[in-house]
Design a binder for this molecule. Sequence first.
Ligand code: IYR
Length: 223
Amino acid sequence: MTELHLALTDFVEYPQDEMLRRAADNYQALKRRHSIRKFSDRQVPRAIIEQCLLAAGTAPNGANHQPWHFVAIASPEIKAQIRLEAEALEQAFYDGRAGEEWLDALKPLGTDANKAYLEHAPWLIAIFSQKRSGAGEGDKSNYYVHESVGIATGFLIQALHHAGLGTLTHTPKPMSFLSKICRRDRDNERPYMLLVVGYPAEDATVPEHAIRKKALAQISTFL
Ligand code: IYR
């Protein structure tokens, strides 16, 4: 049996000079994305977050099982609970659990166990990966789960940046506490990442270390 395929009608072709300009413009736009660690408490409408989640949901993924779930949190009570648990874990991390080499690597970023942004930012998006589809969806195995959720997370960060929002990828370790708080405590699902989303604070800064990117020749080889 052949499966139904549709004609590709929404591919857009550009002249190559325009293609180059678009590629360069996109690089310049992405260069302006920085991890934000000080957020304003200015509100961001839910409709904007919804469009960005729809963009994330278009990511290429294994067998189109879309092995992800996004929990968008605006509730001050839930954000406070996440901050409390994350800061306790981070305190243990910075007090030595990370090990000397890791702590040295973080020094240029100036990070510490204080995670005030978890309460200040208007939105936290907890991203969950699904090893298997939920029982309601046929209890199927999922494929390339890490790759799929990683790409969707990249799409989400890009969408939020494009919309004009600041983000931070935050990965308190271990992240299992998020399952209960986010009411996603189920066998097939694991917390993947916490994204902090909102306007940067007026006095937000970017570590000089973070804007030094490797040269093209270091990150690529053309054969
Ligand atoms: N999760 C900790 C530590 C941390 C780890 C890495 I790798 C970073 O690039 C930044 C921070 C924290 O959020 O402080």
